[in-house]
Design a protein. Structure first.
Lengths: 116, 535
């Protein structure tokens, strides 16, 4: 099972999320698919350049190689942005649903969504 | 030094939202003025002393986040401050100009300037993502049904698009261990097997193509620009400045990958396709703002064509066309805003006699349309001349003329609102907006469109330090072709387009949200497959 690395799973998750975005017409499922897609990216980042037995670069005096801290640092920012975007997306969706009762993407924008 | 340009608007935005419940307009306006002066000073320094570079934190170039102010970037920053100042003047007396609007507006300015200056791929991702959120909020400013729907589509499509960017950046970091565009460009020349760059390039290019709305990824643009309730300064910012950030990224990223992979021939085709489809859809529209949105797509296609032609003249032609496009599109979007508040409609059938009713806006529209069609003496004519000068191929020349013909066609359609008997009631005419001084802002941008055309050569020399001699005979030849195209376009508009059923059918074509994402994935796969074949 060596081929099942974090990178591969990350890329798979990315495309699974995209598949959801291509096929699901419910707005809330779109938001979920987006989160899955983003999780894939986060997983990809935190496992790139990982070498077996490496140690964190802070507070260690070990002889072992240091792990690259940059991808993890980048992902902290990306996760925060991801949460922000998801929150805004959900707020918009809830406002839209409560006010107009619409939960699905519409066929034609001029019909402005549909409630089926 | 450069970081002040990013920092000041954001700090003022926060102070504005914290301390001013009601009126902070004067402070925001003063800040814009200060920014303009500072950007002018920086431009002077770059023009005299060369590129300005800020390594944030004082770290080494490959590690630090770098702000890179070369000539093109600094001109775009300067243009941004000019347009933001002008748009603010236009919006000054409008009801939507509250401190919340000021907060979003200033934050967006800071992010856009950051996008022009930053050379760090992850930093650019953050800037794109946050600016997307702010634009979505601006689109939804009035919170009506259509606006929220449009805002959601824009937000989701853009966020999904930038996910591609982030993953592509991850691949590049894995290979090179750096995120700086210029460090990556150097490293790219040492890549032994260009095939390893296919996946990251395809990911990153998909995001940029979506952002600048290249065919077939342009469906989000008319939705975001055309939201009925969004104030007219929003599409003006989107078309005038935000679109330019995407184009500038396109230039830098294709340059970065060029040592490994060169995709110019493909983008020549995509550019033409985008431009031609853009004008076909523009001609079909009834809503003035949506017409302008499709026109933006068409002009972006033209700019990409100029960049893909690969010669020096066409490259600088495209750069100048970006500048010119920002000016005349701002004029037209603002003019539509004024017309909308006067006639209470943006549908062409409801608006007639615009020139008589609103002479100032009417003349601004005429200047804007002459600019966009590349009429002699206007800025569009110089940039289009330079783009066509860059190619000897007869096919390219014919296609460029086809695009210009299409541009004239939808401009004639747009101009039809200026003539004819007025459709306003007498009471409305009396209560008219003739004293609305915001119109003069639109007019001033219109005059700039003319001036940057009249002094085209000098303007290009001052802005970019590039001298280009326009031969009088070939310029007159182009002017002759322009007149012929204009006559032909007028005849076709009167004789066919006005009544044709096919036009209204084209108007109805629209992609659903799911189809947009499918197009995005399809584009990515096609791009990767194309690269795999040519390398």
């Amino acid at each position: 099972m060596d081929f099942l690395t974090g990178e591969i799973v990350g890329i798979l998750l990315f495309f699974i999320g995209l598949f959801g975005l291509m096929t699901k017409k419910t707005i809330v499922k779109t938001i979920m698919s987006m989160s899955i897609m983003e999780s894939g990216i986060f997983l990809f980042y935190i496992t790139i350049n990982y070498t077996e037995g490496s140690v964190p670069p802070i507070g260690q005096t070990s002889e072992a190689a240091f792990a690259d801290p940059v991808p993890s640092a980048l992902m902290i920012t990306a996760i925060v942005i991801g949460i922000g975007v998801t929150a805004i997306g959900l707020t918009m969706f809830m406002h839209y649903k409560q006010k107009h009762g619409i939960t699905h993407w519409s066929r034609n924008r001029n019909q402005q969504g549909s409630g089926h | 030094m450069l970081y002040w340009l990013v920092l000041i608007p954001i700090v003022i935005a926060i102070i504005n939202i914290m301390y001013f419940d009601r009126d902070s307009r004067r402070i925001i306006l003063a800040v814009q003025l200060g920014m303009g002066v500072y950007a002018t000073d920086l431009f002077r320094r770059v023009a005299n002393g060369g590129t300005l570079i800020d390594h944030l934190g004082g770290y080494d170039r490959a590690i630090a986040i770098t702000l890179y102010g070369d000539r093109i970037a600094i001109v775009l920053v300067w243009l941004t401050t000019l347009l933001f100042f002008g748009l603010l003047l236009y919006a000054y007396n409008k009801t939507y100009f509250t401190s919340e609007f000021g907060f979003l507006y200033l934050s967006l300015q800071s992010l856009i300037i950051g996008l022009f200056l930053s050379t760090d791929l992850f930093n650019i991702y953050v800037l794109i993502e946050v600016s997307t959120v702010i634009i979505a909020l601006l689109i939804m400013l009035r919170k009506d049904k259509q606006a929220i729907y449009d805002g959601m589509i824009f937000l989701f499509v853009s966020v999904i698009g930038s996910g591609f960017w982030l993953l592509g950046t991850g691949f590049l970091y894995k290979t090179f261990g750096t995120l700086d565009i210029y460090a990556l460009e150097d490293a790219m020349a040492r890549v032994n097997d260009p095939r390893t760059m296919i996946i990251p390039f395809a990911f990153i290019l998909t995001t940029i193509s979506l952002k600048i709305a290249l065919f077939p990824l342009s469906s989000w643009l008319p939705i975001a620009y055309g939201t009925p309730s969004a104030p007219s300064v929003i599409p003006a910012i989107l078309s005038g400045v935000y679109e330019t950030t995407g184009l500038y990224l396109f230039i830098r990223l294709t340059m970065m990958f060029r040592p490994a992979i060169d995709l110019s021939p493909l983008f020549l085709v995509i550019g033409f396709a985008t431009s031609i489809l853009g004008f076909v859809f523009a001609v079909a529209q009834e809503d003035l703002r949506v017409l302008l949105a499709y026109s933006t797509i068409s002009q972006v296609g033209l700019i990409v064509v100029g960049l893909a032609l690969g010669t020096e003249e066409s490259y600088w032609g495209s750069i100048f066309h970006m500048f010119a496009h920002s000016l005349f599109k701002t004029v037209l979007f603002l003019a539509v805003g004024t017309i909308n508040s006067h006639y209470q409609s943006r549908m062409m059938r409801d608006i007639k006699g615009g020139l008589k009713e609103l002479p100032v806006t009417g003349w601004a529209i005429i200047f804007g349309l002459l600019g966009i069609t590349g009429a002699p003496l206007f800025n569009g004519s110089i940039s289009k001349y330079m783009i066509s000068y860059g190619s000897d191929s007869p096919y390219v020349q014919v296609l460029l003329n086809v695009i210009n013909f299409g541009t004239i066609l939808y401009s004639i359609k747009f101009a039809s609102i200026l003539s004819g008997p007025t459709t306003l009631s007498e009471a409305k005419q009396k209560a008219g907006l003739k004293k609305d001084w915001a119109q003069w802002v639109t007019f001033a941008f219109g005059i700039l469109t003319l001036l940057t055309g009249l002094l085209g050569n000098q303007v290009i020399e001052i802005l970019y330090g590039y001298s280009f001699d326009i031969s009088l005979t070939s310029y007159l030849e182009k002017a002759g072709i322009y007149v012929l195209l204009a006559v032909a376009a007028w005849a076709i508009y009167k004789g066919w387009i006005k009544e044709a059923h096919v036009v209204s059918r084209i108007r109805g074509i629209e992609l659903t949200f799911n189809a947009m994402i499918t197009a995005l994935v399809g584009f990515f796969i096609a791009l990767a497959a194309y690269m795999a074949v040519i390398i």
